[in-house]
Design a protein around this ligand. Structure first.
Ligand SMILES: [Zn+2]
Length: 114
């Protein structure tokens, strides 16, 4: 996985954990997989568009937050698939995010019980 590449003009490589050694972005293949998961109602993975146009957060069922920077878009094919998935990702993510918030609220209000 120690593949040399450029990140914003800097020498970088994909680390063992499949993140960029320069900006910490997740690998585009992993982000694509997360997008596919996001449109599957059975998988709790969702994607937060964030307020920055170049940044996405991926929230996996394990609760870990991963980020993806759009400058790591590898190919036009990749971008095309991402664009097709995007409106569905937004729609499913909104529902899943709401569910996650409700779940957290419920746990908080039940938190006092032994
Ligand atoms: Zn990078």
């Amino acid at each position: 996985m120690d593949m040399q590449m450029k990140c914003q003009g800097h020498d970088a490589h994909w680390r063992e954990d499949r993140t960029c050694s320069f900006c910490g972005s997740m690998h585009p293949d992993d982000f694509m997989e997360a997008m596919r998961e996001a449109v599957d109602p059975e998988i709790p993975t969702y994607i937060d568009q964030t307020t920055k146009y170049y940044k996405r957060y991926v929230c996996k069922p394990d609760g870990a937050l991963r980020k993806f920077y759009l400058w790591h878009i590898p190919t036009e094919e990749w971008a095309k698939e991402a664009n097709e998935l995007h409106p569905h990702v937004v729609r499913f993510s909104a529902t899943k995010m709401e569910r996650r918030v409700n779940e957290t609220m419920r746990q908080m209000t039940e938190g006092d019980r032994p």
